[in-house]
Design a binder for this molecule. Structure first.
Ligand SMILES: Nc1ncnc2c1ncn2[C@@H]1O[C@H](COP(=O)(O)OP(=O)(O)OP(=O)(O)O)[C@@H](O)[C@H]1O
Ligand SMILES: [Mg+2]
Length: 294
């Protein structure tokens, strides 16, 4: 027995070493990966709301299928652009290349007059915020999830923002308020709550350019109007791009872009397009067929 026990222990140790070895190999593989997205050098963007310009932008995920083709447009600082188009027309892809989640095939994107490939990634992310169609939650408290673990944001500021956006009632109804623990994934939030949550999160970073990718699913009327007022609040202080699935969201935008199969079918001031009966937007208004936006 005295011999057997230590030998068994040695056997266990060998197993542990084997696990450590394979873990080490995998970590090394991961650490040796280099991102294709290269950091630029420029660290400064102009103060205040940022303008945006796309110039001959082409992009594809796979070589065989172009997703964005020759996209050209510009919006001035403080303006709001509404983007509409059918499912798969490239709306979300447009926001992804703007945030440098992918490299372009060709063309340039300028934010605040600067080519985004010349900017450092933190400089871009500090000023440009995005609300995606599906909201990601991290394993942590409600507070951590709202501030994205930024300790500098005080509870006072969180309270003010959630009051303004209409989320504070929901936070107060949670068992431990801001200290409530959330599970990763997001199953504990309804679709409307998740959107309010994501808006608050972006709001707290005080962005100068915001991209809002609306969820395509239907929300109830009360939640919709709450979301709408939250969006209005957010957009007051920055340039905004709203990828819209509801006509109501488009009522307050300055410019409208209609995307189809990765191309710009129509771009212009909302008022002009609304009064031109031949435009896509005017036809949409007349028929009220929101499903064409989905
Ligand atoms: N990660 C990816 N890899 C490969 N192809 C993709 C990827 N994401 C999107 N696509 C393709 O790119 C095209 C545009 O997709 P995108 O998500 O931009 O559409 P969308 O206009 O946002 O649609 P929706 O209104 O449904 O949100 C689609 O044909 C889609 O299949
Ligand atoms: Mg999309």
């Amino acid at each position: 027995q005295m011999l057997n026990d230590p030998i068994e222990m040695l056997g266990d140790q060998v197993q542990e070493f084997q696990k450590a070895k394979s873990g080490m190999l995998r970590s090394r593989e991961l650490l040796s990966l280099r991102s294709e997205i290269e950091n630029g050098r420029e660290d400064q963007l102009p103060e205040g709301p940022l303008g945006l310009e796309f110039k001959q932008v082409n992009f594809s995920y796979n070589e065989d299928k172009p997703v964005l083709q020759n996209i050209n447009f510009a919006i001035k600082p403080g303006e709001r652009l509404g983007i509409i188009g059918r499912t798969g027309s490239g709306k979300s892809s447009l926001s992804r290349v703007l945030l440098r989640l992918y490299n372009l095939d060709s063309g340039t994107i300028r934010v605040g007059g600067k080519d985004i490939t010349e900017l450092t990634l933190p400089a871009l992310y500090r000023r440009v915020g995005m609300v995606t169609q599906d909201v990601q939650l991290f394993d942590g408290t409600l507070r951590d999830n709202l501030t994205l673990f930024n300790q500098d944001v005080s509870d006072q500021i969180i309270k003010e923002t959630t009051d303004r956006l209409g989320l504070s009632h929901w936070i107060e109804s949670q068992p431990a308020g801001l200290d409530t623990h959330l599970k990763a994934g997001g199953s504990s939030l309804s679709a409307g709550e998740a959107q309010l949550f994501a808006l608050t999160r972006v709001f707290l970073t005080e962005p100068s350019l915001v991209i809002l990718d609306e969820p395509s699913s239907r929300l109830d009327a009360a939640t919709e109007s709450m979301l709408q007022s939250a969006i209005d609040q957010l957009m007051k202080q920055c340039t905004g791009i709203i990828i819209a699935h509801r006509l109501a969201t488009l009522e307050k935008v300055d410019q409208i872009m209609v995307l189809g199969d990765g191309k710009v079918l129509e771009f212009g001031a909302r008022k002009a397009l609304a009064s031109d009966p031949a435009s896509h937007y005017a036809r949409l208004l007349i028929t009220g067929r929101e499903e064409e936006l989905a």
